[in-house]
Structure formats: structure tokens, C-alpha cells
Design a protein around this ligand. Structure first.
Ligand SMILES: Nc1nc2c(ncn2[C@@H]2O[C@H](COP(=O)(O)OP(=O)(O)OP(=O)(O)O)[C@@H](O)[C@H]2O)c(=O)[nH]1
Ligand SMILES: [Mg+2]
Length: 278
């Protein structure tokens, strides 16, 4: 298990929090947007608070975060806006708080999506990890609750997991801030392009599905130029996802993509939320 850095390492600049400047609610002039996604109760808000100095509500039951919260931090000469999302088990979810998370991950176009996974329930958590890796090229997995995993005698081979997933995997125990410096380093490497992710993707569709996607994806791209994740939208349409069908019928996906891409990336997600819940 490659967990905490050795004691000697803790003193070197790469492994302490001295390089982190918590900016609280000051998110002006940010260079990158980071989304914190993950199953409920995995420590997303605890990580958010550690990085921003804010006090987003945390507690030991799922569903505490129901809308998104935003904060800022500075690291390695760049300013980051970080968005704490409600917990979600899947990107196919339909509950309101899960939809807030899903819309931001899909349409908010974060520069880095951090997927916070519970190291004691890795198998269940990998479901969302793989779904997110289907739709983004830039992600980091925070393997949180490592202290709990150790207590239960569990070890996780983070290096091998990272190799299989194609993105950095950083073991953390957010409550005691263990691993947070390594997480920051991984976020900055992915954000700045120093680390190029090669996300694991499932591409063994049956021929009929492959054919349907080959027809549908170009049509969606033509109808909604600039829409990220057209392939994902096509898969949802083929699956009969009512929310996505409505968004297409009412032209809402078009409204999204007409947004100025240079403007706050968060606007995209807010617009979709607003129209869907109007
Ligand atoms: N032992 C241990 N507890 C942790 C760790 N990280 C977070 N916690 C605790 O786990 C509980 C859930 O943490 P939150 O940060 O609220 O989790 P969340 O993912 O934001 O939860 P939702 O918003 O409901 O999805 C809290 O009681 C935290 O103190 C960790 O690494 N180790
Ligand atoms: Mg939370």
C-alpha cells in the first residue's frame, strides 16, 4: 500500500501544506475550476473545508450537502475555484441533489474533477469513478477514509489502481489532513497538463449500439455545437432518460452551449438546473 509519505518527506515543501493559501469565498480571477464529486458521506466537504478554510457542513450521515458550495484556494502560483457537490451514487440519478452534482460534472466543464472514494467500500465507489471517467479526460481519485480502511485491516494498492484507471489515485485521510498535500499536487499536475490522464473507458458496445451511436452522436453535435459529452447524451437518449429527452425537445441543451465559453463555467450548470426545475 502506498499511503502516507515517510516522516522525513513530511518536512519537504512538496509534502506540507505551506504552499496552500486558503482563499475562503474569494474566487475572483481563478485559473482553474475543480469539482468535488463522489458517493454520499465519503468526505468531500471535509476536503473542501481543508482546502478553502470554509466551514461547509459535514457530519456522519449521507446527504448533508444538498446544493453546491464554492470556495477558493491558491497553490503553485495558480488560483482555483473549488465546487463541493452533493453526494451521488451514479450519473444516472434522478433525485434533485444528485442532479445538481450530475449537471455540474457533465455541463459545468470543470478543469479537474476530483472523485472522492471511500477506501473501505471501494468496489461500490468505483461505479461512479468509472462513470465520471467516461465523460472527462481530467480527473483525480482521492482514496479517502484510509485511516478507517487501515483500522479494518484493508490495504489498497493505489499505484496499481492508478495504472488501471489512467488517472492519479491519492490515498487520503481528510479529517486528519493526511495526504492532502499529495492531493493538491495531483490536482495541480492534472490542471496544468503536467499529468496527462488516459482514463479507463469501456468500449465494447454491441454492434447495434455502436451503429446507433455512430448515427446519433454526429446529429447531436450538429444540433448543439460545442456540447460536451455528446456521446453520453446519445447514450442517455437511447436509454430513454426523460430529463435529457426534455432538455433536447425544449432546446435547453442548445441554450447551454450558446453560453459564452469564456464566462464563468458554473453558469452552464446553473442554467441547466434553472430550466429543469422551473
Ligand atoms: N475517519 C475519517 N473520517 C472522515 C474522513 N473524512 C471525512 N470523515 C468524516 O466522515 C463524515 C462525512 O464527511 P463529509 O465531508 O461530510 O462527507 P461528504 O462526502 O461531504 O458527505 P455528503 O455531503 O453527505 O455527500 C464526517 O463525519 C467527517 O468528519 C477520513 O479521512 N477519516
Ligand atoms: Mg458534503
Amino acid at each position: 500500500m502506498s499511503t502516507a509519505t515517510s516522516a522525513g518527506c513530511q518536512a519537504c515543501p512538496a509534502h506540507n501544506l505551506g504552499n496552500l493559501i486558503k482563499l475562503g469565498i474569494d474566487m475572483e480571477n481563478y485559473d482553474f475550476v475543480v469539482a468535488l464529486a463522489g458517493n454520499p458521506n465519503t468526505g468531500k466537504s471535509t476536503i473542501f473545508n481543508a482546502l478553502t478554510g470554509l466551514r461547509q457542513h459535514t457530519g456522519n450521515w449521507p446527504g448533508k450537502t444538498v446544493t453546491r458550495a464554492e470556495g477558493g484556494f491558491s497553490y503553485g502560483g495558480y488560483n482555483y475555484k473549488i465546487v463541493d457537490l452533493p453526494g451521488t451514487y451514479s450519473l444516472l440519478s434522478t433525485s434533485l441533489d444528485e442532479e445538481v452534482a450530475r449537471n455540474f460534472i457533465l455541463f459545468g466543464q470543470p478543469d479537474v474533477t476530483v472523485i472522492v472514494a471511500d477506501a473501505t467500500r471501494l468496489e461500490r465507489n468505483l461505479n461512479l469513478v468509472l462513470q465520471v471517467l467516461e465523460i472527462t479526460d481530467r480527473a483525480v481519485v482521492a482514496l479517502n477514509l484510509m485511516d478507517e480502511a487501515r483500522r479494518h485491516g484493508l490495504t489498497v494498492d493505489a499505484r496499481t489502481l492508478a495504472r488501471h484507471l489512467g488517472v492519479p489515485v491519492v490515498p487520503t485521510s481528510a479529517r486528519s489532513k493526511e495526504g492532502i498535500p499529495d492531493l493538491l499536487q495531483a490536482i495541480s499536475e492534472v490542471a496544468t497538463g503536467q499529468y496527462v490522464c488516459k482514463p479507463h473507458r469501456l468500449r465494447n458496445e454491441p454492434p447495434a449500439l455502436k451503429q446507433a451511436l455512430a448515427e446519433l452522436v454526429p446529429k447531436i453535435e450538429a444540433a448543439f455545437p460545442g456540447l460536451p459529452n455528446a456521446r453520453w447524451v446519445a447514450l442517455r437518449l437511447l436509454d430513454g432518460d426523460q430529463r435529457i429527452i426534455e432538455a433536447i425537445e425544449k432546446g435547453e441543451l442548445g441554450d447551454l452551449t450558446r453560453d459564452d465559453p469564456g464566462a464563468s463555467t458554473g453558469n452552464l450548470a446553473w442554467q441547466l438546473e434553472a430550466v429543469q426545475h422551473a
